[in-house]
Structures are given as structure tokens and as C-alpha cells.
Design a protein around this ligand. Structure first.
Ligand code: PGA
Ligand code: ZN
Length: 424
């Protein structure tokens, strides 16, 4: 048995330059390090990250979370068997004592949980995608969903929807999928900037388009797909993260969609219209995080044709996932470890989703570092899809490049278009 001998934590800066928590777990047979990501368009039902407040870093410091790791969580895990991820995660959650991990902070708890996973891989001399895998072994290399245009809370843009992405559904291998996405990204960029001045990029590396209307953004990407020599829909499909929670006015119960405000029914019509008119294969958060009625109605209308992906709706939370399964409100779930708060909770939601027939999509946050843990996690748990931003900014490329390394080292399949919901 390899026991945990020490836990260290400190503050580092993420891709927005904001503080975040880095944790290192030490054993006699190896150490593991993990750095916690952070969202901007966070949902109300996520595990709660802890920020210091006050003047330092505009209130965004994480010294409190770092102190919680050192003073409260390190004693809980020190001496435990490093490969007992589930037992360790339960002990971390117990120590916090709240369901949403708000006492110590989900950033403290996940920091330790993630570093334990890496330390267990090091101690057993295996790559992380193997040590996190079930007994049957790791799964396929995931199909990437690559960000092309950004709006919403991720960009100083007029565009209310957050991401327009491409899914290289015609690619036969992971490297081919990346190359295809690169070509479409460049072709779209060429329509937005000049060769001397590439267009500015947003938090996840997507271009910030000079359009305020979702359909104008889809037109741009469809043109980019054609310019790159691909057939829209058959070879390269569009995915959208509407992130509708962030333009839903809950008092008026209306959606503020680019200069107009629309009610639920009009929003459902609008989104259904996108599915009719554009090669859209995946739509994330088309309605607000508590608009269960709207989600059910939309799923009834287009759920047999398009992937309806719950991010803020489901918040990588098992109870919310169960509700969505019962109500038939979504057919896919975004999996973000820091919404869940531990590696074990993340794994549980992913496995439960798959058992219920929902497609899991492992996702980064808009605030990231070059930590590539989620690339390993997606392969280990056979998620099938990965969403980590655009082909720009090193915190994004760290994940794409990690998958290129895994693809070389491991003779696994490529998930390809079959990973998308609904299954066809
Ligand atoms: P976030 O964005 O990390 O800012 O929440 C990612 C997403 O909405 O999928
Ligand atoms: Zn989202």
C-alpha cells in the first residue's frame, strides 16, 4: 500500500490571470499535481468555489481555499491509501460537511481530489487515463467540439449566445478531426480579419464576430466550413452553447436575445428554427437552468434530431441528472469536475448518464490552466466527446495536445460521430 505522505497547496493564476488553487499530493512512490479551473458563466446549481473577497485580486484571491487544504483537508487524507479515490473523496466531502462544498470551497476539495488521482497514477506507474479507467480499460479518444466564435459572457461581443463550435463528424481519426477544425477555424478567421491582423479572440480562444444575431454567426461558420472545402452537416456539423441562463430575466421570465426579449415559447420556436435551417447537431443550454418546462417541450420537438446538452441545467449533479432522465428533458450532459467537486462525483454522474442513455461531454471551463486532466478523464471513462475551447491559447491546446499524446501511446478507437446524441 502506498500512503499519502504530504499535501501542499498554493495560489497560481489561470488563463484570465485570476487566482486559482494548485495542489500537490506526495507519496513515497510518486507525486501528483492538479490545478482547479474556474467558470465565468457559472450556474446556480454548481458546487461553490471559495473566493477571499476584499481588495486583493479584486476579491478573487483563493488564500482561504488554500488554507482550507492545508489546515482541514491535508490531515484528512494524509496516511490514506492513495489509490482509494472513492474513500478519500468521501472523507473530503464529509469534512466539508455541506452538499455544495461551500464551507471549505469546491476549489479546495477538487484540488485535493484531482491531485490524489494524479498521485495514484504516479504511484502505480500508469498514465492517468489508465489509472482512472474501470477494470475493462480506457475507452475511445473523444470527438472534439471545437470553439470557433465566442459571445455571451466570454467576449466583449454583441452576440448573446456564448459559443458557436464545429464538430468534425466526417473525421476518421482524432488527428484528422483536429486538422479539419483548424482548417474551418482559419477559413472563418479569414472572413473576419486580414492576414496581417488576425481577429481578436475571447476567453476560450474563439473569434469575436462583429454580429449580434445568432443566425449571422451560424452563417459565418457555415461559410467557413464551405471555404475550407467541407460539406456542412455531413463532414463538419455545428454545435452551439446558447448559455441561455445568462440572458434569461427570471423576474420577467423572458429571454433577452440580441435587442429583443422573447418568452419561452418564442425561444423554443427560435431554437427549433436553428435546427431546421442550419447543420446544427448539438445545442447546449438552449433554455435557462431552471426552465424545466421549456426543456421538456423543446426535447419533445427536436430531441430525436439534435443533441440537447445540459450544462447549467444539470451542473454535473446526480440529482438534477435523475430529474432530467425522468422528465426526458435532455439527451446529453456536460461533465465539469469543478461543478461536481470531486473526481468520484464526476465519475458517478458520467456513468449514470451513460447508463440512462444520455451522451456525456467532458468539458473545460472558461478559466483554465495547462492542466490537462480532463483529456485523460474523457478517455478513461469513455465519454465520447470533449469540449475544451478553440485551437488557440495554450490552456486549450494543452488538452488537445494531451489527446494527441494519448492517441499515439494507446491503441484505442476514435469515438467519431457515433458519440453524439441522439444515437442513430
Ligand atoms: P464557463 O463556460 O466555464 O464560463 O461556465 C463554459 C460553458 O458554459 O460551457
Ligand atoms: Zn455551457
Amino acid at each position: 500500500m502506498t500512503a499519502i505522505e504530504g499535501v501542499e497547496a498554493w495560489e497560481v493564476l489561470d488563463s484570465r490571470g485570476d487566482p486559482t488553487v494548485r495542489v500537490r499530493v506526495e507519496t513515497a512512490d510518486g507525486t501528483g499535481t492538479f490545478t482547479v479551473p474556474a467558470g465565468a458563466s457559472t450556474g446556480a446549481h454548481e458546487a461553490v468555489e471559495r473566493r477571499d473577497g476584499g481588495d486583493r485580486y479584486g476579491g478573487r484571491g483563493v488564500r482561504g481555499a488554500v488554507a482550507a487544504v492545508r489546515e482541514e483537508l491535508a490531515p484528512v487524507v494524509t496516511g490514506r491509501r492513495v489509490t482509494d479515490q472513492r474513500g478519500i473523496d468521501e472523507a473530503l466531502v464529509d469534512r466539508d460537511g455541506t452538499d455544495d462544498l461551500s464551507r471549505l470551497g469546491a476549489n479546495a476539495v477538487l484540488g485535493v481530489s484531482g491531485a490524489v488521482a494524479h498521485a495514484a497514477a504516479a504511484a502505480t506507474d500508469r498514465p492517468l487515463y489508465e489509472s482512472l479507467a474501470p477494470a475493462s480499460g480506457p475507452g475511445a479518444i473523444p470527438l472534439p467540439m471545437v470553439n470557433i466564435l465566442s459571445g455571451g459572457l466570454h467576449a466583449a461581443a454583441d452576440l448573446p449566445i456564448q459559443d458557436v463550435l464545429v464538430v468534425p463528424v466526417g473525421a476518421a481519426t482524432y488527428p484528422e478531426a483536429l486538422e479539419t477544425a483548424w482548417e474551418v477555424r482559419h477559413a472563418t478567421g479569414a472572413r473576419l480579419g486580414t492576414d496581417d491582423h488576425p481577429p481578436p479572440v475571447a476567453d476560450e480562444g474563439g473569434f469575436v464576430p462583429p454580429v449580434a444575431d445568432a443566425t449571422a454567426a451560424f452563417d459565418l461558420v457555415v461559410e467557413g466550413i464551405r471555404d475550407a472545402g467541407y460539406v456542412p452537416g455531413d463532414e463538419v456539423a455545428i454545435a452551439v452553447d446558447v448559455a441561455a441562463t445568462h440572458f434569461h430575466d427570471s423576474d420577467a421570465d423572458r429571454y433577452a436575445l440580441g435587442g429583443e426579449t422573447v418568452d419561452r415559447e418564442a425561444m423554443i420556436d427560435r431554437v427549433s428554427g436553428w435546427v431546421e435551417a442550419y447543420p446544427v447537431r448539438s445545442i447546449e443550454d438552449p433554455l435557462a437552468e431552471d426552465d424545466w418546462r421549456g426543456w421538456e417541450r423543446l426535447a419533445g420537438r427536436v430531441g430525436d434530431r439534435v443533441q440537447l446538452l445540459g450544462d447549467d441545467l444539470l451542473a454535473t449533479n446526480a440529482d438534477r441528472l435523475d430529474r432530467a432522465v425522468d422528465a426526458d428533458a435532455a439527451n446529453a450532459v456536460l461533465i465539469k469536475p469543478n461543478q461536481a467537486g470531486t473526481i468520484t462525483r464526476t465519475r458517478r454522474v458520467l456513468e449514470r448518464a451513460r447508463a440512462a442513455g444520455l451522451a456525456p461531454v467532458v468539458s473545460a471551463r472558461s478559466g483554465e490552466t495547462c492542466d490537462a486532466t480532463i483529456a485523460d478523464l474523457a478517455v478513461a471513462l469513455d465519454a465520447g466527446q470533449l469540449k475544451v475551447g478553440s485551437l488557440a491559447r495554450s490552456e486549450r491546446l494543452a488538452k488537445y495536445n494531451r489527446l494527441l499524446g494519448i492517441d499515439r501511446a494507446y491503441d484505442g478507437d476514435f469515438a467519431a460521430a457515433a458519440a453524439l446524441a441522439p444515437r442513430r
